[in-house]
Design a protein around this ligand. Structure first.
Ligand code: ADP
Length: 308
């Protein structure tokens, strides 16, 4: 008999990755939401349990509910689902908290229904959850949460997602200073026009980063982790950002930038030992400033959302 319940892990993700604003993301291994999705006869979606964070459980106000309803709207299944969400990712941290819940919900529902929808359709459903969270239906956290590894959103219309191989020794360090920045606020401060000169630098780096990942060229990855457009503006909202970045690089990181819309800051390193040294350097800054923080040291999660 087919399963009527799934327990899953849906990873946290780093979006933007310096030069890849709104198009690039990568999945993490050491942090993610856990969820239980249950097929039930009663139509619709109910969030029956939510632990770990103070978030709405009304279906229309929770990203898992909204993404799930988008899937149900396209399905001929005439029952419903119950969802338990055990948040391990803090909302508003900048490591894809909303994307993990919405991606996990639609992936598990699709599995329980016998996979009627291809992955790209699941991305579209989960993007409806992102629209609720931030006002913009972006795919740069959802895609890596679903596929694992690095993903490039080559185009939004039509949606075209390209999974990019990850070099085996690439590790991420993420520090989350406990200050709140809403995605919607950090979008408002961005300019809507860029100069051609900035565009040239940015797409040079984006091409370099993709090539570096594919060629396993860690130096090229490091040289390409530069953002001329968004970081100079958004970093102003993150206390200690410049010092965290310079100390992370002094500790051996290949590069360092804002994770998603912040306030989390990520660094990539070659190997776990360096990633841990980078974590220690980053922590030191917030200990000095006196801001609480969480740190994650993680290899790249190449699998994406999975059953537990
Ligand atoms: P992040 O980049 O960490 O995902 P966002 O600011 O994009 O953070 O999303 C968090 C917003 O989404 C908050 O306003 C939160 O109330 C809302 N939200 C609704 N449901 C969820 C959920 N299941 N998980 C996380 N955030 C949720």
């Amino acid at each position: 008999m087919a399963a009527s319940e799934l327990k899953i892990f849906c990873p946290a993700t780093i979006a933007n990755i310096s030069c890849g604003f709104d198009v690039l993301g990568v999945a993490l291994d050491s942090v993610g939401d856990e969820m239980i999705i249950r097929k039930v006869a009663e139509k619709g979606i109910r969030i029956t349990k939510l632990t770990g964070q103070d978030l709405p459980t009304e279906t229309h106000l929770n990203v898992a509910g909204v993404a799930g309803l988008a899937l149900l709207g396209e399905s001929d299944y005439d029952g419903g689902f119950e969802i338990e969400i055990h948040k391990k990712i803090k909302a508003g941290s900048g490591i894809g908290s909303s994307a993990a819940s919405s991606t996990g919900a639609v992936w598990a529902m699709n599995e329980l229904l016998g996979t009627p929808f291809p992955p790209l359709e699941l991305v579209k459903f989960a993007m409806e959850g992102e629209r609720l969270a931030s006002g913009v239906a972006h795919a740069d956290n959802v895609a890596p949460a679903l596929f694992g590894g690095f993903t490039l959103v080559r185009s939004y219309e039509p949606l075209d997602i390209v999974p990019i191989a990850s070099p085996p020794q690439l590790w991420a360090t993420v520090i989350h200073p406990q200050i709140e920045i809403r995605t919607s606020d950090s979008r408002k401060i961005l300019k809507t026009n860029i100069t051609l000169a900035d565009g040239i630098k940015q797409w040079g780096n984006l091409g370099g980063l993709i090539a570096g990942l594919l060629m396993e060229d860690y130096d090229l990855i490091g040289r390409s982790l530069t953002d001329h457009i968004v970081e100079p503006i958004r970093s102003i909202l993150i206390p200690g950002f410049d010092k965290v970045k310079s100390d992370a690089i002094s500790a051996g990181a290949l590069g360092c930038g804002i994770s998603g819309s912040g306030p989390s800051i990520f660094a990539f390193s070659k190997g776990e030992d360096t990633a841990k040294k980078v974590a220690a350097a980053m922590k030191g800054i917030y200990q000095k400033i006196g801001i609480e923080y969480d740190v994650h040291v993680s290899k790249v999660n190449v699998e994406g959302v999975r059953t537990l």
